[in-house]
Design a protein around this ligand. Structure first.
Ligand SMILES: Cc1cc2nc3c(=O)[nH]c(=O)nc-3n(C[C@H](O)[C@H](O)[C@H](O)COP(=O)(O)OP(=O)(O)OC[C@H]3O[C@@H](n4cnc5c(N)ncnc54)[C@H](O)[C@@H]3O)c2cc1C
Length: 510
């Protein structure tokens, strides 16, 4: 049977049997599907097992951090307890965590105070808060208290200290897979039902035949199952199928840069409570603290250099990083040019970078911050991701909402992408529960527009700020470099301005 034929069947059943808004009750439905379902209930089902047709209130495509967070928020909210929610993820949400001591994932996120608040226990006025923070092992979430940002060209630098705004920390560094595992654990314990379609890839999406824009979207999985929903949420990342289905344009550009990530071992004896970011004309390099012996690298460079750097022998890679963090820009450029296309070093990196650092120190030891020395890289932890800026023309259409990277992607230089996405999830959950309380159709554009209004402008403002910083530092032109050094040093001397910047970047939930 084709999906459309199944949908026809579903529609007539829905018309006859639905009792009580917004709950769906179907005579043939409510069959539990233990392997898919986190909690006791599942979506309503009709059809043969191979071509099963499910019907639910909210279908979330994409069980990345943002999609899973939305499922958790809906599963925890008393107001949304009657909703049937489906979460569809192509990957494996139940993949065991490799939590070996001293071994870290190369994908980490800097989580702002606003996000940490959202992940903690709920306040009475925010019942949908996620209650996952304590589930992340304390040793895998590190608060950093200081941040040093400086310019490789000129002498501009700025330092932030949480104490200046009376805070305990600026942000936390958490491995993405640990946050994700905590969300999945929470989902399994949540009171309300969420049906999880694990390792299930969406192949295509269509609308109920003959219903125009008011029709319910129908998601077809690669294994033939279909899910029809009152509201379809796209949390399926930058190349969102849901966004394409909704005909929503995504506006922006590629940075022609890759973000090279890796887990780094540091020289012993350093209290690692600072995030370091040095702006090179080719893009920033950041060391994010994981614990006293390890930091996580995010280095934005050209795709050609990224592929060479990822193939460099480990010892030379470490030398190159130390140079990129503290040697004069000309020396970094020189070393980068001394890597063959297949990642072989063409000069003695150790000798060259030691010489560069000594020269810098002799020149003016106080002119630049001194990040901890990198002494090793976790084998197999190097990887590169394309960097781009994109914002969807709209975040919502009738019966469709986009959240997280499906709605927008930003350069990682300010560590905001996931923070913005989690704020989207929180805001959409809030709009849905508000709408339910006054009996609104949760797929209706009027309800969804409340979500879009609360997130579009704040996201756009943050995206513009991040893009402007990238552009400002992306040139080594003398006058521009001199001006920005002046600006950085001036800002560094103005404590109230710095406090304002910290508060803005730390909130995210605007
Ligand atoms: C190098 C780097 C460093 C970063 N650092 C930070 C940081 O410090 N702080 C921060 O806030 N952000 C950071 N970000 C951004 C952050 O990683 C992303 O914004 C965030 O992971 C997006 O989450 P998401 O759930 O929206 O999308 P994704 O993580 O892309 O998840 C989408 C999910 O949808 C699933 N999916 C896709 N298509 C289908 C389909 N057809 N069927 C079923 N499932 C599907 C995928 O399997 C995936 O699980 C960084 C990004 C990069 C590249």
């Amino acid at each position: 049977m084709t999906p459309i034929a199944l949908a026809r069947g579903a529609r007539s059943l829905r018309g006859q049997r639905m009792v009580g808004w917004p709950f769906l009750s179907i005579a043939t439905g409510n069959r539990p599907f233990p392997p898919m379902s986190c909690s006791g209930h599942s979506t309503s089902t009709i059809g043969s097992p191979l071509g099963e047709s499910h019907i639910c209130d909210v279908c979330i495509v994409g069980g990345g951090t943002v999609g899973t967070a939305l499922a958790c928020a809906l599963a925890s909210s008393p107001a949304a307890s009657s909703l049937k929610v489906a979460l569809v993820e192509a990957g494996d949400l139940y993949r065991p965590l490799n939590a070996q001591e001293g071994i870290y994932s190369n994908r980490v996120s800097s989580l702002t105070q606003g996000t940490v608040g959202l992940l903690q226990e709920p306040f009475p006025e925010r019942p949908q808060d996620l209650q996952v923070w304590e589930r992340i092992e304390a040793s895998r979430r590190l608060p950093y208290k200081k941040m040093q940002v400086w310019d490789a060209i000129g002498k501009g630098k700025i330092g932030f200290d949480a104490a200046t705004i009376g805070a305990d920390y600026i942000a936390y560094i958490v491995e993405n897979n640990h946050l994700q595992a905590a969300l999945v654990e929470r989902l399994q314990e949540a009171e309300n039902s969420v049906s999880v379609f694990n390792r299930a890839k969406v192949q295509s999406i269509m609308t109920e035949e003959g219903k125009g824009t008011t029709g319910w979207p129908i998601v077809q999985l690669e294994d033939g199952r279909t899910i029809q929903s009152r509201l379809l949420v796209g949390a399926d990342g930058a190349n969102s199928k849901v966004r394409t289905f909704a005909g929503i344009d995504s506006i922006g550009w590629d940075y022609s840069q890759m973000g090279v990530v890796a887990t780094l071992k540091l020289a012993p004896g350093v209290e690692n409570d600072t995030a370091w970011q040095r702006f090179l004309p080719t893009g920033p390099i950041a060391l994010l603290p994981l614990n006293n012996g390890h930091s996580s690298l995010v280095w934005s460079i050209t795709p050609t250099l990224a592929s060479r750097v990822c193939s460099l022998p480990e010892a030379e890679f470490v030398e190159l990083l130390n140079a990129a963090c503290s040697s004069p820009w000309a020396d970094v450029q020189y070393l980068c040019a001394q890597i063959s296309p297949d990642g072989k070093p063409l000069v003695d990196f150790k000798e060259e970078s030691t010489w560069g650092r000594q020269r810098e120190a002799a020149y003016d030891p106080s002119s630049q911050p001194i990040p901890p020395q990198v002494v090793g890289v976790q084998t197999g932890s190097r990887a590169a991701f394309p960097l781009r800026l994109r914002n969807s023309e709209f975040y919502v259409k009738s019966r469709v909402a986009l959240i997280g990277d499906a709605a927008h992607t930003v350069h990682p230089l300010a560590g905001q992408g996931l923070n913005l996405g989690l704020a989207d999830a929180e805001s959409l959950a809030q709009s849905i529960t508000d709408g339910l309380q006054v009996g609104q159709d949760i797929g209706h554009i009027h309800l969804l527009e409340k979500y879009a209004q609360s997130r579009y402008l704040p996201n756009l403002a943050m995206m513009k700020a991040i893009d402007s910083i990238g552009r400002l530092f992306g040139t080594d032109l003398g006058p521009v470099a001199a001006l920005r050094s002046f600006g950085l040093n001036l800002t560094n001397s103005l404590s109230p301005v710095k406090a304002q910047i910290m508060r803005y970047a730390g909130r995210s939930l605007i």
